[in-house]
Ligand binder design. Structure first.
Ligand code: HEC
Length: 119
């Protein structure tokens, strides 16, 4: 009797164990990012590979910033997130691309948070 209960427990445990990877497999896998998925421009590869060591580039592309603000973002990655420093010319290239591809957004496109109950 005890042996049977134990076996049932084992079977249940094994069932959960097998079911979990299946559930995980159903979650949409994040698409593999490539530089080509982002606006074409000089130094795209430099910028892309400088940033994806730690997070996807979509996070970067979601921003629209001035050169100054992109510079501050880079400094923030360096000081707060242990990003390895870029050589001066490399930093310039990365900034060139970021400003060119993701400039400050026009105010009309900025949106921001809107209270859905006031629209
Ligand atoms: C060494 C790791 C590292 C590298 C390299 C790196 N980042 Fe980050 N970055 C982070 C971490 C960690 C976060 C998450 C910060 C947080 O928790 O908000 C982040 C977040 C961001 C964000 C989101 C800020 C927000 O408001 O949500 C931007 C934009 C960003 N990084 C830009 C860049 C750019 C541009 C590059 C490449 C030039 C870069 N990062 C490279 C570590 C890195």
């Amino acid at each position: 009797m005890i042996a049977r209960i134990r076996r049932a427990g084992l079977a249940l445990g094994a069932g959960l164990f097998l079911a979990m990877p299946a559930a995980l497999a159903q979650a949409p896998a994040p698409a593999e990012e490539t530089p080509e998925m982002f606006p074409a421009g000089p130094n795209r590869d430099e910028a892309f590979y400088a940033c994806i060591a730690c997070h996807n580039f979509k996070l970067v592309a979601a921003q629209g910033l001035s050169r100054e603000k992109w510079g501050e973002t880079l400094d923030w990655m360096l000081s707060k997130h242990n990003m390895p420093a870029l050589a001066a010319d490399e930093r310039g290239k990365v900034l060139d691309y970021l400003v060119e591809a993701f400039p400050p957004k026009a105010p009309s496109l900025q949106g921001g948070w809107k209270n859905p109950f006031l629209n």
